[in-house]
Design a protein around this ligand. Sequence first.
Ligand SMILES: NC(=O)c1ccc[n+]([C@@H]2O[C@H](COP(=O)([O-])OP(=O)(O)OC[C@H]3O[C@@H](n4cnc5c(N)ncnc54)[C@H](OP(=O)(O)O)[C@@H]3O)[C@@H](O)[C@H]2O)c1
Length: 338
Amino acid sequence: MLNQKSVLITGGTGSFGKKFVETILSRYPKVARIVIYSRDELKQSVLRQMYPQQKYPQLRFFIGDVRDGERLKRACEGINVIIHAAAIKQVDTAEYNPEECIKTNIHGAENVIDAALACGVSDVVALSTDKACAPINLYGATKLVSDKLFTAANNIKGSRDIRFSAVRYGNVMGSRGSVIPFFMNRRKEGVLPITHMEMTRFNISLQAGVDLVMYAIENHLGGEIFIPKIPSYKITDVAKAIAPSCELTEVGIRPGEKLHEEMITDTDSLNTIDLGRYYAILPSVSFSNQEEDFIKHHKAVKVPFGFKYNSGTNDKWETVELLREMIIEHVDSNFKPE
Ligand SMILES: NC(=O)c1ccc[n+]([C@@H]2O[C@H](COP(=O)([O-])OP(=O)(O)OC[C@H]3O[C@@H](n4cnc5c(N)ncnc54)[C@H](OP(=O)(O)O)[C@@H]3O)[C@@H](O)[C@H]2O)c1
């Protein structure tokens, strides 16, 4: 699928970006070009050391900000596929710096769309988050706007052969700033703070997130928000998996935090189809494809009216034992519960 293609990834030095690059190089050895687009030269130079130029001539490093539309257009020359992963993604950062979050997550999305339309790109997939579903914090709200921009971009493509879609998923196991590294660092203190004893989250590995994006590139018609069927965990089970001897103390839900995350609301169910392994929320307005076209293309069925996909009412759950195995597999191979 990506052999002979040129791929640009915004946020290519982040957790997702690095896994995505590793996956392309192993699955598509004949990829023509992979452009990493991000701001910080230190992160890029660390990645460049992992992939020396002589051995990986297909990798290119572009310093650039998604807020800079001209620079993005320069980077997108000759690009076939764009994966948009750059974002301000910490809930607290977004609440304290709202304008900055809007500039990166919303104006950055607009610039990616403009560059893709200007440069003859054929496929664009943007990363969304469960926090964009019925958002209660600015991070989620900006990602919802970004989702709307990408899905609606299919309606302004004119005669261009281009498809825009998004993928939406929940907490990535062990990603920067997430609960697993937090508990691992705090366990030596003997007490772990839990915001709410009933709190749940969706759980996905970085590789499963990358695989979902690969699926979207290969299968999107344009306008879908793809959602994986993934398990949930209780935050208290994560604490028990990491530090069974620690005391758990409830500290209260933080501003902008939900008790349970959602990926599909009952209102979304009107536009949602079940693809088997994934769900897809279809665009509310689409000029090029109608609901029956999406259903036929994806061999899907409509979800029942009133269906919701919520981490608290999920039918798949991670157990304490499974969480331990996954931490060893995905986060720290030397991990031992304490
Ligand atoms: N991690 C999760 O649990 C999770 C869950 C659901 C969805 N997501 C979504 O997945 C995507 C990737 O997340 P991640 O975990 O890989 O994040 P990450 O590790 O924080 O990486 C973010 C990347 O974006 C780049 N970046 C940030 N601002 C930029 C800007 N203005 N212009 C250009 N590049 C910029 C960063 O590099 P520089 O700082 O050098 O620019 C870095 O390469 C995000 O869109 C996020 O919303 C993440």
